[in-house]
Ligand binder design. Structure first.
Ligand code: PMV
Length: 330
């Protein structure tokens, strides 16, 4: 069989519907893949002996193996290439990787895991390395761990598998069956960036100061996630919305919301959203609002734009969406 000269692949972004932060402490979380925004990567053969290169097309940045990365955006990819070469699964020269991503960075949509999953999938595809989704998830986790310390594992799981999941650290992921009704969401970016590791460490500090309070909050969030998974499966969107609002209240008490997140959450509710909450680490980044229909999601999105959101995505979440972008060739 002849090897392809190049191989393109994609990976979805993700939204945590319930459970951010509590998931770090072993409680359940529900996360779903989003087909848009997504990350795309192409790996191609160059000449034998030529160092591996990475091009980040959005930033017009390139890195050549052996060089010090010239910008912070390149550093994760240099780590990714080194760990990939170290496994012995791919050659240490003679190939190039080009990456594009519409997933805003530091925003709660799993940008790091999405670009890592798309990149690994493209490189594995180029060299005919057979890796299951579970393998890919483990590989993405390793990249995330190198960069962020000890992530819970929810991002790599939902993004590599591309399926809605009820996730609990240390247990096999429980993938959720197709929801009785697809979710329609408006996802808005406050424009404020966070560093996940910093927010997670702030929460750890708060837990040291007030262990009873924080563990109580985590416990409640975990219960909401378990109930949320049932509401997701049964298509009970009204209940889902109520649970999202409750989750947001608990995240506010945990101290990870922000003025701009609270403002957009309020604007979404005023526009009739069934529920709204921040998503990801918080203290900036994105929020998500559950709408009644696709048309309603557009109206909520417009309201969020009018209230200052920097970018708004309208998403449909069923079961196939996360798979849709993995084989993308554009
Ligand atoms: O903001 P993000 O996309 O990095 O999501 C972070 C989710 C946390 O629960 C806060 C951390 C984790 O490792 O799960």
């Amino acid at each position: 069989m002849t090897r392809p000269q190049s191989f393109s692949a994609g990976a979805p972004s993700k939204l945590i519907l319930f459970g951010e932060h509590a998931v770090v402490y072993g409680h359940a979380a529900v996360a779903v893949p989003l087909a848009e925004p997504c990350a795309l990567a192409t790996a191609g053969l160059t000449q034998a002996g030529v160092p591996v290169t990475v091009a980040l097309e959005d930033f017009k940045l390139t890195w050549s193996r052996g060089e010090e990365p010239a910008a912070s955006e390149l550093r994760p990819f240099a780590r990714l290439v080194e760990s990939l070469v170290k496994t012995g699964r791919v050659p240490d020269n003679g190939w190039a990787l080009a990456v594009r991503s519409a997933v805003p960075i530091g925003c709660g949509l799993g940008s790091g895991a999405a670009v890592a999953a798309a990149s690994l999938r493209a490189v594995y595809g180029l060299f005919g390395v057979s890796r299951s989704d579970a393998d890919l998830s483990a590989d993405v986790y390793e990249v995330e761990r190198l960069l962020h310390g000890s992530p819970s594992g929810v991002d790599n799981t939902v993004i590599a598998h591309g399926r809605p999941v009820l996730f609990k650290k240390g247990s096999p992921p429980k993938f959720l069956p197709a929801p009785a009704r697809a979710l329609r969401l408006a996802v808005a970016d406050t424009g404020w960036r966070h560093k996940t590791a910093e927010v997670v460490s702030d929460v750890a500090q708060r837990r040291r100061e007030a262990p009873g309070l924080c563990d109580g909050i985590f416990e409640e969030i975990g219960s909401l996630a378990a109930e949320g998974a049932r509401a997701f499966e049964s298509g009970d969107h009204r209940r889902l919305g109520v649970l999202m609002d409750e989750n947001q209240g608990l995240l506010v008490r945990l101290g990870v919301s922000s003025g701009s997140l609270d403002h957009l959450v309020g604007a979404a509710r005023a526009a009739g959203a069934l529920g709204a909450k921040l998503c990801g680490a918080g203290k900036g980044g994105c929020m998500a609002a559950l709408a009644e229909s696709g048309e309603h999601a557009l109206r909520v999105a417009r309201a969020l734009e009018e209230e200052g959101a920097k970018r708004v995505f309208v998403a449909r979440v069923g079961v196939a969406e996360g798979m849709a972008c993995r084989e993308r060739k554009d």
